[in-house]
Design a binder for this molecule. Structure first.
Ligand code: R5P
Length: 285
């Protein structure tokens, strides 16, 4: 097996290859003057299965993934496993208004044609991968997140909404602390309202877990509600740090003590590695 890192995931791919003890290739990707993608795998041939690690977000990364895959096949790669640490368009998994596309399904249709197995991490809805006819696996970052926070004095794990409560349970159970969820109402793309916490948060060091931080609106409102309820400290661990608009600046000015993400997207907060869980899944074939 050979591991190929696309430009979104070079370090993660290198780490996965190191854990597995297999060869690593970094795709040499640049842009033509008109912005189109150019990539090259610096090899004469590939005579094994290939694992390509690359996000499909933002859009340009999807194009790069398609080109890397073609280069790998042209060099002779056999089975292609696509590891997509952050799967773009996952939140558009149903029709909100007539006339819209099922964007998440479109992504699966493309992947279905170009690879033999897809591995994702904390997909917004795991059921999205049911659109994929080949082998697929959505890995959970709860293990690496819990390991990171083990022994760091967390008293309770919360999710910002009921939809993410399984994640809070998973991390809470692993840490041996109680878990609960908050009640979130989305007011707009950037604003949310978090109802006062029902759980007793007074004097507690709280860890909020979520699949992603985008604008930061959810997590900032959750931290404010929890501090209001008497929490001593509120930290957040999310899988995907997307950080759009002024998210980083807004998070710095918030009541959050610590902001941590996994390295599915490479950011200054990406301290929690998912390389181990990816390698474990790849060992299964
Ligand atoms: C929503 O269902 C997700 O789990 C996240 O809570 C949400 O996407 C975070 O977005 P933002 O940071 O913009 O509030």
């Amino acid at each position: 097996m050979i591991v190929i890192g696309g430009s979104s995931s070079v370090e993660l791919a290198r780490d996965v290859a190191k854990i597995l003890g297999c060869e690593f290739i970094q795709a040499s990707t640049t842009r033509f003057p008109d912005g189109e993608c150019y990539t090259r795998l610096d090899r004469e041939s590939i005579d094994s299965d290939a694992v390509i690690i690359q996000n499909t977000y933002p859009d340009g990364n999807l194009i790069e993934m398609l080109l890397i895959r073609d280069a790998a096949i042209t060099l002779g790669a056999k089975r292609i496993t696509m590891v997509i640490p952050y799967f773009g368009y996952a939140r558009q998994d149903r029709l909100f208004k007539p006339g819209e596309p099922m964007s998440a399904r479109v992504m699966c249709d493309i992947l279905d044609r170009i690879c033999d197995k897809v591995i994702t991490i904390d997909l917004h809805k795991e059921s999205t991968l049911d659109n994929f006819t080949h082998a697929h696996k959505d890995l959970k970052a709860a293990g690496p997140i819990a390991e990171y926070f083990r022994g760091k004095g967390i008293d309770m794990v919360l999710s910002p909404d009921i939809g993410a409560s399984a994640r809070a349970k998973d991390v809470g159970d692993r840490l041996g602390v109680p878990y609960d969820h908050l009640e979130k109402t989305r007011l707009s793309g950037t604003e949310v309202r978090i109802a006062p916490a029902k759980a007793d948060c007074a004097g507690k060091r709280i860890l909020i877990v979520d699949d992603m931080i985008s604008t930061g609106g959810t997590i900032i409102a959750a931290a404010a509600a929890l501090k209001q309820a008497g929490a001593v400290s509120v930290s957040v661990a999310c899988t995907h740090g997307v950080f759009v608009n002024n998210a980083i600046e807004n998070l710095r000015g918030s009541q959050l003590e610590k902001v941590l993400c996994c390295n599915t997207i490479d950011t200054m907060f990406s301290e929690i590695s998912v390389a181990g869980i990816i390698a474990d899944e790849l060992r299964k074939g």
